[in-house]
Design a protein around this ligand. Structure first.
Ligand SMILES: Nc1ncnc2c1ncn2[C@@H]1O[C@H](COP(=O)(O)OP(=O)(O)O)[C@@H](O)[C@H]1O
Ligand SMILES: [Mg+2]
Length: 290
């Protein structure tokens, strides 16, 4: 049997290169405050992979995507075991565009920080008097460049996005920037409206797009998971303050209250966190994670 080693190990995900395709594996690792915790959150990887699958299916007629299969039977033999079953996605290998496509429907995080400073986010002027976590009149596209390892991603305005893409793809900058902006806003609208009917506010999210062998734009990476998005419970939502995170709130609260824990969570916090991930998946997809 041919063995594979990940070509990339991120904080949470591992990527395997199997030729024309990639296998993206979501592990059960969890990070909070930018640190990887000592504990594993059993099935978190499966929840995240199945959630991306749900959204890729939900939006496939609107934007083509990189997903080929989440069935390990479609993967090389090395992957056909419980370590990969459920948490792995076989994807088309693409040439990734060097832009992180962030969309915000609510004002929070670095967007809120920028707005408080000068009333704008990524060059977009917002109405005066917005409160923290308030819904924006319309979702906004706030791209950033993909930083080299170690650097922080840099927020850019739309014109800079055009320039970055023009440099990478001469003659296609305007077309590609417009396309990924319109896809990003369109996907956010469609999916956040749906999530709201299931009791979840998607405050913001990040999409990544790539080009296939014909130069077509596909959505890639993970899609609308709690790792790439801010999910808030609709119940109890109120502008004017920070909102609890749907999935990591127990973890964050406990870590703050236990600064000497060395990032080692007790089992009840782990259990509650697992339940939150499963609950988010069930609310959105109507299905249970086995
Ligand atoms: N279909 C794809 N083809 C090629 N690369 C992809 C595809 N989907 C996602 N990627 C890339 O795989 C990588 C996933 O790594 P990740 O664990 O998210 O770490 P990071 O975001 O820090 O690079 C990202 O660089 C992402 O752009
Ligand atoms: Mg990433």
């Amino acid at each position: 049997m041919k063995e594979f080693k990940p070509v990339k190990e991120g904080k949470v995900r591992e990527i395997y290169d199997i030729g024309d395709n990639l296998i993206m594996v979501a592990t059960d690792r969890i990070s909070a405050f930018d640190v990887i915790l000592k504990n594993k959150i059993t099935k978190k990887g499966t929840v995240l992979t199945q959630m991306s699958k749900f959204w890729f299916d939900y939006t496939k007629d609107f934007v083509p995507n990189h997903m080929v299969s989440v069935d390990v039977k479609d993967m090389p033999e090395f992957f056909q075991n419980e370590n990969f079953d459920g948490n792995s996605m076989l994807c088309k290998k693409l040439e990734m565009l060097p832009i992180e496509c962030i969309v915000r429907g609510y004002i929070t995080g670095s967007g809120w920080a920028s707005y408080k400073e000068n009333g704008t986010v990524c060059g977009i002027k917002l109405p005066e008097g917005l409160k923290e976590s308030e819904k924006l009149p319309e979702p906004i596209f706030t791209p950033s460049t993909k930083a080299e390892i170690g650097d922080h991603d840099e927020n850019i305005d739309f014109d800079t996005c055009v320039k970055v893409l023009e440099k990478a793809y001469p003659g296609r900058g305007e077309e590609l920037a417009t396309k990924i902006r319109d896809y990003t806003i369109g996907l956010y609208n469609k999916c956040s409206e749906y999530a709201l009917t299931r009791g979840i506010i998607i405050a913001d999210t990040k999409f990544e797009f790539g080009l296939d062998e014909n130069g077509e734009v596909l959505i890639a990476d993970e899609m609308l998971t709690p790792d790439s998005s801010r999910f808030w419970p609709l119940e109890g939502y109120e502008a004017g303050k920070g909102q609890p995170s749907f999935d990591k709130q127990f973890v964050r609260d406990w870590l703050k209250a236990n600064p000497d824990s060395d990032y080692n969570l007790p089992s009840d916090v782990i259990d509650k966190t697992i339940e939150k991930y499963k609950e988010a998946y069930k609310l959105l997809s109507g299905k249970e994670i086995q």
